[in-house]
Ligand binder design. Structure first.
Ligand code: ATP
Ligand code: MG
Length: 459
């Protein structure tokens, strides 16, 4: 079988999806065209006082009805289309559409006067749309066939073999039997159609090609990013190994296996232990981000977010007690829909948000976790009565390593990667995350922060 797919279309998914969109667009236009045709027939008779014979009226209304009928049929058969070169695909739908339309247009012209018909200009319009959808060689074949068929009908009318159906009241004298008029009109008709295909096809091909090139570049960018992530993971991992060894030695010394320690030395070594732990946490965060970015597939399962959040807050109960923070989890959902997600990743995301809320909220503060739903989404908002985030920094807060200027970095240890990890995870789950400050829990001294996550519900 001859492949109808152009040689430059290597991003098949995009190619098929563009073709499907253009086919649908063609179908929608056709509904409009059928309505316009019916109104044109009516206005020709009632507004322009043109006379149509009974045969013409019957033919024109039958054609209008046929257009509507095959358009409905096209909508129906579109669902059986498979985006594969071997199967019944969008190019076949385009071919069927174009063939039927050209046939109908030929009939329309014939029943409205042949060479005298004002409707033959519609061929131009049609050829342009066809060129946007079909590969060049097919459109050229169609155009050649159309010109040949149109010429044949005109000369059959001229020779008196086919009955001429002129619109009475339109011309003062018939022109279908005027050879000079026919030759001139047909040559112009052929020239315009061919030029239209040449120009439109070139533009459409160029557009397709540019689109494909864009996807090529995107692919290259993605693989370059993957390479970068792998490189980062390799380097960071190499740094982690000696750091962990260093920590083990520090532990041995601090646990006094090698003998008693001077108080000053112990204090300095303890600080070193804390700093090396911070470096290891940073490395772990970077490794996490790289892993999420490199992850091709999520390990999907149905998850109850309410249960997941209760479990995470239970895990953190010591920290809530330590800072005397009152926590309330408000389940405001109307249904108990589940999320389809990767449990491990969602645990990381929500525990980051809960950790932040605890870390940046002072003693005797408040944290609310509200869970609500709409028909398709679940919304989880973690609000706190903590230090808040300056308004002008809210849009930077999801950037890697960004830490707001209102916190003393020594007082609140962190790497500035937590929210970036959250964003990666939520985006991978086709969700959204946003942050506002002040929150609903603001107090006289603290504005508080609210982080909202929206996740699609499992179907
Ligand atoms: P870590 O990577 O260890 O989580 P971090 O908490 O500093 O470090 P993020 O969680 O990414 O990093 O948060 C980025 C910054 O956003 C924080 O440094 C802090 O300034 C601000 N922030 C995040 N959550 C809150 C919150 N609940 N209240 C106030 N500020 C917050
Ligand atoms: Mg954090």
């Amino acid at each position: 079988m001859i492949s109808l797919i152009p040689s430059w279309a290597h991003h098949y998914d995009e190619f098929w999806s563009t073709l499907r969109k253009r086919n649908l667009w063609f179908i929608k236009l056709r509904f409009g065209a059928a309505v316009m045709l019916a109104s044109a027939v009516l206005s020709a008779e009632f507004l322009l006082n043109l006379k149509l014979t009974a045969i013409q009226e019957t033919a024109l209304y039958t054609i209008t009805f046929s257009i509507l009928a095959y358009n409905v049929l096209l909508v129906y058969i579109r669902q059986f289309v498979k985006c594969s070169a071997e199967a019944f695909n969008p190019i076949h739908i385009s071919l069927i559409q174009m063939s039927l339309d050209l046939l109908v247009l030929q009939l329309l012209c014939y029943y409205t006067g042949g060479i005298e018909s004002p409707l033959f200009m519609l061929f131009v319009f049609h050829v342009i749309i066809g060129s946007l959808i079909l590969p060049g060689r097919i459109v050229y074949t169609f155009v050649t066939a159309t010109i040949a068929a149109f010429t044949l009908v005109i000369y059959l009318e001229y020779a008196g073999i086919l009955t001429h159906h002129g619109i009475s009241g339109l011309l003062s004298a018939p022109l279908y039997n005027n050879n000079a008029f026919i030759v001139l009109h047909l040559s112009m008709f052929a020239f315009v159609l061919i030029m239209c295909v040449v120009i439109t096809n070139r533009i459409a091909n160029e557009l397709y090609r540019m689109e494909q090139e864009l996807f090529d570049s995107l692919d290259k960018l993605k693989s370059a990013e993957a390479e970068k992530q792998k490189y980062i993971m390799g380097v960071v991992h190499e740094i982690k190994t000696p750091l962990s060894a260093l920590q083990s030695y520090l532990d041995i010394i601090l646990e006094k296996y090698l003998g008693p320690l001077d108080e000053k030395v112990e204090e300095k070594l303890s600080r070193s232990r804390v700093r090396s732990q911070e470096a290891i946490s940073l490395i772990d965060d970077i490794l996490k981000i790289s892993k999420i970015k490199l992850m091709d597939e999520l390990n999907l399962e149905k998850i109850s977010i309410v249960d997941l959040i209760s479990m995470l807050t239970d895990r953190q109960s010591v920290n809530f007690h330590k800072k005397v923070i009152s926590l309330s989890i408000n389940n405001l959902r109307s249904n108990d829909g589940m999320i389809e997600g990767d449990r491990l990743l969602l645990e990381i995301a929500f525990s980051n948000l809960i950790n932040n809320a605890i870390k940046y909220t002072g003693y005797n503060g408040k944290i609310d976790i509200d869970i609500s739903d709409t028909k398709n989404d679940l919304t989880i908002t973690v609000s706190d009565s903590g230090v808040g985030i300056p308004q002008e920094e809210l849009n930077k807060i999801f950037n890697d390593f960004y830490r707001a200027s209102n916190i003393k970095h020594k007082e609140y240890y962190g790497t500035g990667l937590g929210l970036s990890i959250v964003k990666q995870i939520i985006t991978r789950h086709k969700g959204e995350v946003s942050v506002t400050s002040p929150s609903k829990l603001k107090t006289a001294s603290n504005p508080g922060t609210a982080v909202t996550v929206i996740l699609p519900l499992a179907v």
